[in-house]
Design a protein. Structure first.
Length: 192
């Protein structure tokens, strides 16, 4: 029997995505998926959004998100909760395959971050599963992870962001102080 080397078209889809991902990673943030360039799209109207098809998946692939101390919601449930409690929202857009997202998920294990999270309704959405919601918050592109701070009605305050000119909503994936700075600023700006 003669063996032929596998081409991309004969590899299983997951393996193909893995190969593409390995060649496409940047040093800052993931750009929307393997083979998908980052899009510079204006946010446009951030009006009502259809509820997501699924709730955030449980942590996997080395992700943390500190689900033991932080209560995470899907988009529709989270906005409803924020309105009912008149609390600001911290919205994290991620994917399960993104290594930067996995690193960022561990920032939420920090005790100070977990404590600050109590002042927000925490929403986490997968950019691939909740593409319509993710697209509404693609102010400076569709890179991941992205973190936004919102009014209780879901209106984003795009002036609260990480202190950088590019990838403004990409908080440091290893240092909690970056996200803590965003949370402090959001609480000041989005005060009830």
């Amino acid at each position: 029997m003669k063996l032929r080397p596998a081409s991309l078209s004969t590899l299983p889809r997951r393996a193909t995505l893995g190969l593409l991902l390995a060649t496409a990673l940047s040093s800052a943030a993931c750009d929307g998926g393997p083979g998908t360039p980052a899009k510079e799209e204006p946010a446009g109207d951030l009006g009502p959004v259809a509820p997501p098809r699924v709730a955030p998946p449980p942590p996997e692939n080395g992700e943390s998100w500190n689900t033991a101390q932080i209560e995470w919601f899907d988009y529709a449930s989270g906005v409803a909760r924020a309105k009912a409690e008149n609390k600001p929202i911290c919205l994290v857009i991620y994917t399960t395959w993104c290594p930067h997202c996995k690193n960022y998920s561990r920032v939420f294990d920090d005790a100070k971050v977990a404590e600050q999270a109590k002042d927000f309704v925490m929403i986490r959405i997968d950019a691939e599963r909740d593409a319509e919601v993710a697209k509404r918050y693609a102010k400076d592109g569709s890179y991941i992870p992205r973190t936004f701070f919102l009014q209780p009605d879901g209106t984003a305050d795009f002036d609260v962001h990480a202190p950088k000119p590019k990838y403004a909503y990409f908080y440091d994936e290893r240092d909690p102080s970056s996200l803590l700075g965003g949370m402090t600023e959001a609480k000041r700006r989005l005060r009830k």
